[in-house]
Ligand binder design. Structure first.
Ligand SMILES: NC(=O)c1ccc[n+]([C@@H]2O[C@H](COP(=O)([O-])OP(=O)(O)OC[C@H]3O[C@@H](n4cnc5c(N)ncnc54)[C@H](O)[C@@H]3O)[C@@H](O)[C@H]2O)c1
Length: 249
């Protein structure tokens, strides 16, 4: 066990799968008490059980990140169990591959509700406790697609771009209140979400990535670990790209 997150209490949304699951393991292995939240209860409970076997301390809480009352429950449960919240990773997300004319209003609103509104609700619900901790940190998981545009993912680009600027706005608002807020922008990462994309799409992205391969969930979790640790104590309102060089072209 490491100690880079000793004395931290971290909420990780979408922690049952992929990038969130990697965060949950890594943060617990670095000494944080971890609250895994998700809609997928069986997978979430498995992640928490696995962390327990590794010697970590974690609980699972069912949560829809678009629900304000679910956020209230997550905050209350975390403080009841661990006494504080020091760290929030807003990771839960979904993607639609739909262009301007193909996208439906329901599809658009769902992506925005989960990827964008959910991030704001998380910051809002956790902020009183993060401020109280005197040394809080939030990482919002955006995407390289929150910085660059591509055809045919109109709702996802909109929501992830919003996360990038909400992060800067909130980071500035809380810069003197003891809460650092940064965004992380993954390129293509091998997760269940990426597996929903077609083989041709994955091949196209992999070829476009200068390193010529997909990243691993842990490549994103290690960036967030740094940003949530006290090693990053002078870093806020900033964006961090982890993409195998894709966005540099
Ligand atoms: N995989 C990639 O290539 C990639 C690239 C850039 C950004 N991202 C972002 O990384 C984050 C994690 O994605 P992933 O690839 O690990 O996907 P994933 O599907 O493996 O995990 C996402 C998790 O979020 C949960 N979730 C979805 N809607 C939810 C809701 N309303 N409330 C609570 N939980 C909900 C899902 O149940 C799932 O467990 C997302 O925000 C995604 O947009 C992923």
């Amino acid at each position: 066990m490491g100690e880079r997150l000793k004395d931290k209490v971290a909420i990780i949304t979408g922690g049952a799968s992929g990038i969130g699951e990697a965060h949950a393991h890594l943060f617990a292995n670095e000494g944080a008490k971890v609250v895994v939240t998700d809609l997928q209860d069986d997978l979430g409970e498995k992640v928490v059980a696995a962390i327990g076997k590794e010697g970590g301390d974690a609980i699972y809480v069912h949560q829809d990140v678009t629900s304000e009352s679910d956020w209230d429950n997550v905050v209350k449960t975390t403080i009841d169990k661990y006494g504080a919240i020091t760290t929030l990773v807003n990771n839960a997300g979904v993607a639609n591959i739909s262009g301007v004319e193909e996208e439906t209003l329901d599809g658009f609103n769902r992506v925005v509700a989960i990827c964008q509104t959910g991030v704001w609700l998380g910051m809002k619900a956790c902020m009183p406790a993060l401020k109280k901790s005197g040394n809080g940190a939030i990482v919002n998981i955006s995407s390289l697609y929150g910085i660059i545009g591509t055809p045919s993912m109109i709702s996802y680009h909109g929501a992830k771009g919003a996360v990038r600027l909400m992060t800067k706005s909130a980071g500035l608002e809380y810069a003197r209140q003891g809460v650092r807020i940064n965004s992380v922008h993954p390129g293509i990462i091998e997760t269940p979400l990426a597996k929903t994309l077609s083989a041709e799409y994955i091949e196209m992205i992999t070829e476009t990535t200068p390193m010529g391969r997909m990243g691993e969930p842990m490549d994103i979790a290690t960036m967030s670990l740094f940003l949530c640790s006290d090693e990053a104590k002078f870093i806020t309102a900033s964006e961090f790209v982890v993409d195998g060089g894709w966005g540099a072209q």
